[in-house]
Design a binder for this molecule. Structure first.
Ligand code: SF4
Ligand code: SF4
Length: 408
């Protein structure tokens, strides 16, 4: 039995907020699929509390139930007692990583972590992926597990330090690139700069920025999460910026909670905004108009956008600027698409069940296009469209809006 530490006390204190009402059960995707108490938030909270107090031993089934959690926080969104489940599961995973480290680790995740921590090699990875896309060497991508890549890789874009506003300056912001977005979706980053500058904002792109650290945090690796957090706090310490803007809601969620572990990060986190949130609140200059698009667009709202950033309406509000567009919202059969950071790699069975159900919900209103604000969800859902032999495109809403901007 481990001795009580401030960490085990924190876990028990967070768990003690749960009154075991069970209202979170129908919201939990893993519970809905399994109907197993230990696969619900209520069950996992009891397991985490038992482990932290020493009343339960660490066993393989206990570890599996905790690992199976998607960190989607759908439970948190419906909990009447405001249990801070996100904090609790991250602390529990850190506790497990420290005291019961796994004997082996997923090799793909290990590789990904290496590239994220050594970003100078990311550019070579991107060149390799672009070569694959242009040459059609599918065996190569299959070997490294990236054969289901969705966005077409454009020629590598080297970002300038600053993009001045077009027309009257309304303010300045800083753009968070995100490791995966900068690797495979530079189109959306360029679209964000285009819209921000046309809306009157100067855009800083700090060179020293790194990954948000979500991949590490959700695996209990708080040391590397902390290292990346400190790197970003320094990189974005830019005077007179109104907002720190991220294009992936997964990154926005992690950046916006840096203060959970680093109270000095409060100024930084107060400025974090998802690009859809920021642009939907901007007054659009009269010089910016949008070309009509007579299409049916269904909006996929990732868990991070709904449950963490609480900004599920932003995309709808923003895309309403496009004349003639029909915007649709699905009625979800499940509360998470299963991508969930690296979950789709570590727990493919559950991830695929959830991905399939989410795609069915999205296709039900017969859309022409799907938009989503998170690159992980985009890749995972794209894989499911291929598996279902469906040809529908999935794009970021900002890429769509920038393409409709009636001005270059
Ligand atoms: S809804 Fe909240 S209080 Fe109720 S069981 Fe779930 S986590 Fe506990
Ligand atoms: S975070 Fe998601 S998967 Fe995990 S317990 Fe909560 S609702 Fe279930």
């Amino acid at each position: 039995m481990k001795q009580a530490t401030s960490q085990t006390q924190t876990i028990q204190q967070l768990a003690s907020q749960c009154v075991r009402c069970g209202l979170c059960l129908p919201a939990c995707p893993t519970y809905v699929k399994s109907q197993h108490e230990a696969e619900s938030a209520r069950g996992r909270i009891a397991l985490a509390a038992g482990l932290a107090s020493g009343k339960l031993s660490f066993t393989d089934p206990l570890a599996t139930h905790l690992e199976n959690c998607l960190s989607c926080r759908s439970c948190e969104a419906v909990c009447p007692s405001n249990v801070e489940y996100g904090k609790l599961i991250d602390q529990t995973r850190h506790f497990i990583a420290q005291h019961y480290p796994p004997a082996t680790k997923n090799r793909f995740i290990q590789g990904l972590e290496y590239f994220i921590l050594h970003p100078r090699y990311l550019i070579w990875l991107r060149r390799l992926l672009r070569f694959y896309q242009l040459s059609g060497l599918r065996w190569l991508a299959k070997t490294i597990g990236l054969d289901k890549l969705s966005p077409s890789l454009t020629k590598i874009q080297h970002w300038r330090d600053f993009y001045p506003p077009i027309g009257v300056e309304r303010g300045r912001v800083a753009l968070f690139l995100g490791c995966i977005n900068d690797l495979i979706d530079q189109t959306t980053l360029a679209a964000s700069i285009k819209l921000l500058t046309h809306f009157g904002y100067g855009v800083h792109v700090p060179k020293q920025q790194g990954c948000c650290g979500a991949l590490f945090l959700h695996q209990g690796n708080t040391a590397d999460h902390h290292k990346l957090m400190m790197q970003n706090l320094q990189a974005f310490n830019i005077p007179n910026i109104q907002a720190i803007i991220s294009i992936a809601s997964g990154c926005s969620a992690t950046l916006g909670e840096y203060h959970f572990t680093q109270p000095q990060a409060a100024d930084f986190t107060a400025k974090v905004q998802d690009i859809s949130q920021f642009l939907s609140q901007c007054e659009i200059p009269s010089t910016c108009t949008f070309k009509p698009l007579a299409k049916r667009i269904v909006i996929h709202s990732p868990c991070t956008m709904r449950n963490v950033r609480k900004q599920s309406g932003s995309v709808m509000q923003l895309l309403k600027q496009i004349p003639e567009v029909t915007l649709l919202e699905p009625v979800y059969k499940v509360n998470c698409c299963g991508a969930a950071g690296s979950y789709f790699l570590t727990k493919p069975k559950m991830a695929n069940q959830l991905g399939k159900d989410t795609l069915i919900s999205l296709l039900q209103p017969k859309p022409d296009l799907i938009v989503t604000t998170n690159i992980g969800c985009q890749l995972h859902l794209h894989k499911h469209t291929l598996m279902a032999k469906h040809t529908i495109n999935i794009v970021h809403p900002i890429t769509l809006l920038a393409a409709q901007l009636d001005k270059n």
